[in-house]
Design a protein around this ligand. Structure first.
Ligand code: GUN
Length: 287
């Protein structure tokens, strides 16, 4: 079996962030504008608190302004909608992110649609999803963009390749499938009801695993020489983090594979900052 390359997401994310920091300086020099990211967190979910804190920290390190707005678990949705309206109108704010999941009194689709599409740095607004599907410029979801950047850092050929996406969420599965199609892959989207999943995975030159189930995709299913991007972030019974792919067996077969943690995770935050810079450039007329 050939040599397996473990894709270093931390290093590649640091390169993306360094480019963002350069772009921030250029925008300050040309327009006197510092990109600003506003993050809204409702409730006390520990994982969400960790994510939101690391987003704020990374923003500061790249020279962006960032603000965090915290609300109690039982907040009246009107309070949050009023804050979103205020941030939509605030010219110092170029990116607005509402951390998901939200408590049950919220309809997440209504919250996403309340954010101005040009400040929707998650790329979740139907306008941005529609732009992506239509091949138009716009803000694109961060994790799928991060997956594509990781693939581009390997020598994987996309044109004509068989790409299999496992998972069909609006956050990862659907948008990454569109991005792979845009790059001329032959794309198959699988999910929990797919029959013969091992057979479908076995055809794939590129696997994107985004089902959210620990080691759901067995390493033995992977085609020798494939590129495997594991978006999963699951906790095993013993408390250890693991992905959606059985890493041990898969890394004996794949040509390139992302680790969990240290693969896709750091890329999501890097692309959030890149999207905030892009939003600031567009809103200030620099681009
Ligand atoms: N919760 C988990 N991932 C994400 C993300 O990418 N964006 C937002 N807003 N919430 C999340």
């Amino acid at each position: 079996m050939g040599h397996t390359d473990t894709i270093d997401g931390k290093k590649i994310a640091a390169e993306v962030r360094a480019k963002v920091a350069e772009g921030v300086k250029a925008l300050q020099a040309s327009k006197g504008v510092t990109p600003g990211l506003a993050v809204i967190l409702v409730g006390t979910d520990p994982a969400s608190q960790v994510y939101v804190r690391s987003k704020g920290k990374a923003a500061g390190e790249c020279g962006l302004n960032s603000w965090q707005f915290d609300y109690d678990e039982d907040v009246d949705p009107k309070v949050v909608f009023d804050k979103i309206a205020e941030l939509n109108a605030d010219e110092n704010v170029h990116g607005i992110l509402v951390q998901l999941p939200l408590p049950k009194q919220f309809d997440p689709d209504q919250v996403i649609e309340a954010i101005h599409p040009d400040k929707d740095v998650d790329g979740f607004h139907p306008v941005n999803m529609g732009r992506l599907l239509s091949g138009l410029p716009g803000l694109r979801p961060c994790t799928p963009s991060g997956c594509m950047e990781l693939i581009d850092h390997t020598n994987t050929r996309l044109e004509g390749a068989e790409a299999v996406v496992v998972g069909r969420s609006n956050i990862v599965g659907k948008p990454v499938a569109v991005m792979l199609l845009e790059r001329n892959c032959t794309v198959t989207i699988c999910h929990s009801r797919t029959e013969e999943l091992p057979h479908v995975i076995g055809r794939a030159d590129i696997v994107i695993a985004a089902v959210g189930r620990p080691e759901f995709i067995e390493g033995e299913w992977i085609k020798p020489g494939a590129t495997v991007i594991d978006v999963g972030m699951n906790r095993k019974e013993n408390g250890k983090l693991c992905g959606d792919v059985g890493f041990e067996a898969a890394s004996g077969r794949a040509a390139h594979i992302t680790p969990v943690p240290g693969g896709v995770g750091p890329m999501t935050i890097a692309f959030l900052l890149k999207n905030t810079l892009q939003a600031a450039e567009q809103l200030s007329g620099a681009r």
